[in-house]
Design a protein around this ligand. Sequence first.
Ligand code: CA2
Length: 147
Amino acid sequence: MPGFLILNGPNLNLLGLRQPEVYGHTTLADVEAMCREHAERIGVTVEFAQSNSEGTLVDHIHSCRERLDGLILNAGAYTHTSVALMDAISSAEVPAIELHLSNVHAREEFRHVSYIAKVAVGVICGFGPRGYTLAMDAMQAHLERAR
Ligand code: CA2
């Protein structure tokens, strides 16, 4: 069974608890429950993690190497700044999907820049928490195409 890591970056632990006008009322624990339920439905396993620290996110990405089949990454604000996360994805040699709750292209200009997109197989943004299950489906389809 394919295994995915769903990894969340800085401040996403506050999801549903602050700024609901931007990010909605769903908490990260709700998102994790949705992903676990969806994983059973589509026949994949998921690991789910969040960190506010760039180095810890790098370690999580490295942990995918030769162990998991796909990385779904909402890197939060590090998306727009982190060469370290980009290099970690390249060195882990695992297909990655960049994910955002909000449509970053309809927001401030600095959010239009992504280091992750340069090494990702694709990007999903603007669909709120539903984006997580869309990304799982997209990763499964990507792996099936690559087989
Ligand atoms: O839309 C997304 O998923 C983002 O990755 C969220 C990041 C933002 O920096 C990216 O540009 C787009 C911010 C995550 C902050 O999450 C919060 C959630 C609730 C309250 C405060 C922050």
